[in-house]
Design a protein around this ligand. Structure first.
Ligand SMILES: [Zn+2]
Length: 250
């Protein structure tokens, strides 16, 4: 995400709780961080699943922003053709805190031509180690990527939590499962699963249009081996799916 996190973020920054980015290992070998995450997974016990069963593994809690208010003040329909992955960069707020903030209209942004269109930040899901909370129907536009660009107009936005005590390995894996489910539900190819980085924010006020997000899946602020590893994780869960239709989530 990009702004308006002062409420949550400032105390964390003051406390110096800044998490380092993933380290890169030359030669394409898996880096230490990825190895640590993989050690938490038990893939051999995972078999084929129906889409409904995969959704059950994710554990989605629907807790939508009220229609007609705040970030849903105006109905903005969307046909999703991309999935955009973010991380919160918020080291104190969990998924429930984010849901509450979204429902209360607390995540404000400056509305301006060529910038934020609605005066609020919104996205579709926030994932932490034990739950994924849905904030917006997937067929409504969020405001999480590139202003009036395709990242907002055509993509489902997923935020991964980074608060202390949250198991990042499980958060990433849950996000991969949710992404695989959404690919099936909306017929989205793996090539359309992208990091926030993918969507440049074109604005004279912004020096570097490519956001370093989700920072722990990028190398030096760019998609590299760790992002490719995440895509393989998504593909793994997608390949577990039996050939059945998945119910759209709004
Ligand atoms: Zn982001």
């Amino acid at each position: 995400m990009k702004q308006a996190w002062a409420v949550f973020l400032l105390p964390a920054v003051l406390a110096g709780l800044v998490v380092g980015t993933a380290c890169t290992t030359p030669g394409g070998r898996p880096n230490a961080r990825v190895a640590q995450w993989e050690a938490r997974y038990h893939d051999s016990g995972l078999g084929q699943v129906t889409p409904a069963q995969l959704l059950g593994e994710v554990g989605v809690k629907v807790d939508l922003i009220p229609p007609g208010r705040y970030g849903r003040g105006r109905y903005r329909p969307m046909q999703p053709t991309y999935i955009t992955i973010h991380s919160t960069q918020n080291y104190t707020g969990n998924a429930h805190n984010h849901a509450l903030a979204l429902k209360r209209g607390a995540l404000r942004a400056t509305r301006r031509p060529g910038g934020n269109r609605i005066g609020f930040l919104t996205w579709h899901f926030t994932v932490q180690d034990d739950v994924a909370i849905q904030h917006l129907p997937c067929r409504e536009q969020g405001e999480h990527a590139d202003f009036d660009g395709p990242g907002n107009n055509k993509s489902i936005g997923i935020e991964m939590c980074e608060h202390r005590g949250n198991d990042l390995a499980l958060t990433i894996d849950k996000t991969a499962r949710l992404t695989a489910y959404l690919m099936r539900a909306y017929n989205i190819p793996l090539s359309h699963v992208v990091p926030h980085y993918h969507w440049p924010r074109i604005s004279p006020a912004i020096k570097d249009p490519h956001k370093n997000c989700p920072h722990f899946l990028l190398e030096n602020g760019r998609p590299g081996p760790t992002w490719q590893w995440f895509l393989r994780r998504v593909h793994f869960h997608h390949s577990r799916l039996l050939p059945e239709a998945a119910r759209p989530l709004g």
